[in-house]
Structure formats: structure tokens, C-alpha cells
Design a protein around this ligand. Structure first.
Ligand code: GLU
Ligand code: ZN
Length: 271
């Protein structure tokens, strides 16, 4: 599709498996007359490894894909800091000093959101300005007050116009920056999709529930709206979704056994 800028955004924390192949090939196929970009999501420096980055290049090249210079999130920390500072000035963030145990203890019936436990809001009333070593949370209600109602276009399995509601109840005050790791996934992905001029984010259905967070952050930061394309998850014979440690289904393992890129396309239902 002409004009598309799509990206594949793997974390280099293990081998790419069939689920990643499906994601990368879907993005590639949808960008035939556009641009396919690669973003290495290596913010978790404890788990990211250069050999997995090389593995990503090898697997994708073998599948027949190419891309301009990849973007490494580890080189983008200043951009995330700038975005975080801007949100701070808008008054929609606060410092949070709670541990996971604190969060669990504050609730009688802890509720799960797209980001794990929904935060009970303990630190919100304090409205402390985050210091350099604090976790930073988004004040969801305050943020929605500024943006008003949200909407986004989905072109994948949830195709249609979506108008997220109940974000305070069902998502809550998500973390935007962690004490030890800096910018969290939600902030980084939004800042980088805009920086890379991505027009459509292709990714697994598991991230659909987090998409309203990304739409909200994009609107707060005045970034151009993008479309989303969520695809079905690739599962093993028992119906379990593939995980990083599922080495048996690594693309490299199929390659070593003599499979062709066409075989991989067939295995994920693309050929
Ligand atoms: N880095 C994420 C992952 O490995 C994907 C992020 C995205 O596509 O928005 O699952
Ligand atoms: Zn807290």
C-alpha cells in the first residue's frame, strides 16, 4: 500500500520465533509500496544482547526483508526524557514510590489491566514532582481531562473505529518511567513511532488492550495519529502462544533444518 510506513519492533532478548516472523512479514507485506522499518527495542539492558540483534538481522534477511538503518531505543533516552518532562509540565504525571507489594496490599481485590496490576492511586494525591530516581506514573483521569475523548483506527483483526472508554477503571495510572530502566515501553513506542514517521503499527493482538494508552500519549504530546493493525497470535499445537524461550519454534531452528522462507510463510498462514 502506497505511502505506508510500517515497522517491526522486536526486543533483542531471545531468538525470533514463528510469531515474530508473522509480525515482520505482515508489516512487510502491508508496506510493499511503502517503507518497512526495523526498530530494536533494547531498553531492557539487562536482557538485551548483541547476539540477539545479529540473530534478528539474519532471520529477517533470510525471510527476504530489508530495511534502512535500524533505530535502537537505547540511543533515544534523551527523546524520552524530553517527552516525560513535557508531560510533567502539563501536570499529568506524578512520582510513585510504591513497590509491587505495596500495590497488592492497597487493594482487597487486585485487578489486572494491560500493564499488570491496576495501580490503586496511593501516590497520586501527593502529586510529588518526580526526581531523577523516581518511577513516574501517568495520572489517567487528569490526562483524559486534557485530551477529551479518544479514537483510533484499527485495520487488523479488530478492524474499525475505536473509542476507548473506562480507561481510568480498566487501565489506570500506568508507569511511564521506571526507577531502574528509564522510559517504559508505552512512552518509548509512542515517541519512536512519531520519530520514525510510522503510519501504521503492526503487532500482535496482545497489545490491543494497551493501544488506548498509546493513543492518549500521542494526543497529549501532539503527535500525528497513526493507524494500528493487530494480528492474531501464533500458537503451538496445544493452543499456547509462542514465547521467547520456545526455541524449538525459532526461525533459526527451522532454517537449520532446511526449511525455506516459503515454508515459514505457510506455517504462519501467509502463503
Ligand atoms: N517490542 C514489542 C515486542 O517485542 C513490540 C512493540 C510494538 O510493536 O509496539 O513485543
Ligand atoms: Zn505509588
Amino acid at each position: 500500500m502506497a505511502g505506508y510506513v510500517n515497522r517491526f519492533a522486536p526486543s533483542p532478548t531471545g531468538p525470533l520465533h514463528l510469531g515474530h516472523a508473522f509480525s515482520a512479514l505482515t508489516a512487510w507485506d502491508r508496506a510493499t509500496e511503502g517503507t518497512f522499518l526495523l526498530r530494536i527495542e533494547d531498553l531492557d539492558q539487562g536482557r538485551s544482547r548483541p547476539e540477539w540483534v545479529r540473530g534478528i538481522y539474519d532471520d529477517l534477511r533470510w525471510l527476504g526483508l530489508d530495511w534502512p538503518e535500524p533505530l535502537f531505543q537505547s540511543t533515544r533516552l534523551d527523546a524520552y526524557d524530553t517527552a516525560l518532562a513535557r508531560l510533567g509540565e502539563m501536570g499529568v504525571t506524578y512520582a510513585c514510590t510504591c513497590s509491587r507489594a505495596d500495590i497488592r496490599a492497597a487493594q482487597t481485590a487486585p485487578q489486572e489491566g494491560p500493564d499488570g496490576l491496576i495501580y490503586p492511586g496511593t501516590c497520586r494525591a501527593l502529586h510529588r514532582r518526580p526526581g531523577p530516581d523516581d518511577a513516574v506514573r501517568l495520572d489517567m483521569a487528569a490526562a483524559l481531562n486534557l485530551t477529551g475523548p479518544l479514537s483510533f483506527t484499527e485495520t487488523g483483526i479488530f478492524a474499525g473505529e475505536h473509542r476507548p472508554t473506562r480507561m481510568v477503571e480498566d487501565i489506570g495510572d500506568v508507569v511511564l518511567s521506571r526507577r531502574t530502566m528509564g522510559a517504559a515501553y508505552h512512552l518509548a513506542v509512542v515517541v519512536d513511532d512519531a520519530f520514525q514517521n510510522v503510519s501504521e503499527a503492526v503487532r500482535g493482538a496482545d497489545l490491543f488492550a494497551a493501544t488506548p494508552i498509546h493513543v492518549l500519549l500521542g494526543k497529549l504530546l501532539d503527535l500525528p495519529a497513526i493507524r494500528f493493525h493487530h494480528h492474531r497470535l501464533i500458537r503451538d499445537e496445544t493452543g499456547k502462544r509462542l514465547a521467547k524461550r520456545d526455541d524449538a519454534r525459532a526461525i533459526a531452528a527451522y532454517r537449520a533444518e532446511g526449511a525455506t522462507p516459503e515454508d515459514v510463510r505457510r506455517m504462519v498462514g501467509l502463503a
